[in-house]
Ligand binder design. Structure first.
Ligand SMILES: Cc1cc2nc3c(=O)[nH]c(=O)nc-3n(C[C@H](O)[C@H](O)[C@H](O)COP(=O)(O)OP(=O)(O)OC[C@H]3O[C@@H](n4cnc5c(N)ncnc54)[C@H](O)[C@@H]3O)c2cc1C
Length: 199
């Protein structure tokens, strides 16, 4: 084994592996992980894999949003299936106070572009349209109309030149370059689709 490296990361859990992944993605070379057991054999091995996105702090929410977009694209990027499954969850309230908290959370979630329909919305849909109204709506067109070839090429080039840019920054870049307001998720999906197409 080599006896020196530019970066030595001690511990190959999710934090160590993520640090190595991001450093190398930013172009750093000679990055080594030292793991006393097996990679991800610590707490990471026990984790259920739940990734809630909405948190009390803006930066943590943004980081979790980034995590989700990363997990969504890792397979396309590496060819290795992570087992990532994106599912929703149900929040229940049995007191007025908890309901107030959930509604407040729903409003905050919307401001982050997360969809978190409240029970009231589900109830009102049920009252108006019965069980059928609770079924997921038909998906829209597969590709956002705004994200044409030119815009996706621009996104890819920008990502390649400045890999550290997050989705939020790409939203701003698209707005500046094309005057388009695009939802962050649309950008994430467009980039993943393009990667899959290339494989
Ligand atoms: C039962 C359980 C369920 C969980 N579920 C979730 C969940 O659903 N969602 C979620 O987000 N989080 C969950 N967590 C929390 C999550 O697992 C941890 O926050 C996360 O895995 C911590 O990652 P880490 O890289 O910091 O630590 P670890 O995964 O513990 O990695 C540390 C690594 O360092 C190595 N190491 C330690 N000392 C040395 C040394 N001196 N030299 C070399 N190597 C060393 C260890 O062997 C280990 O592999 C759960 C945790 C548990 C226990």
């Amino acid at each position: 084994m080599q006896d020196s490296a530019r970066v030595v990361i001690i511990g190959g859990g999710i934090i160590g592996c993520s640090t190595a992944y991001h450093l190398t993605k930013m172009g750093w070379e000679d990055v080594v992980i030292l793991e006393k057991g097996e990679l991800t054999s610590g707490s990471t091995w026990h984790a259920a894999g739940l990734v809630g996105q909405l948190r009390g702090e803006r930066n943590i929410t943004r980081m979790l949003q980034y995590s989700v977009s990363l997990y969504e694209q890792l397979e396309a990027e590496t060819g290795l299936a992570t087992g990532w499954k994106k599912s929703g969850c149900l929040h229940l309230a049995s007191t007025k106070e908890r309901m107030y908290e959930l509604k407040k959370g729903a409003t905050t979630a919307r401001s982050f572009g997360l969809s978190r329909p409240t029970v009231y919305q589900a109830l009102s849909a049920f009252e108006q349209g019965g069980l059928v109204a609770l079924e997921p709506q038909k998906p829209g067109p597969r590709r956002a109309h705004k994200l044409n070839e030119e815009v996706v090429n621009f996104l890819e080039d920008t990502r390649a030149d400045t890999p550290h840019l997050g989705i939020a920054e790409l939203v701003v870049a698209v707005e500046e370059q094309f005057g388009l307001s695009v939802h962050p998720r649309s950008i994430e999906r467009a980039l993943v689709r393009r990667k899959k197409k290339r494989r």
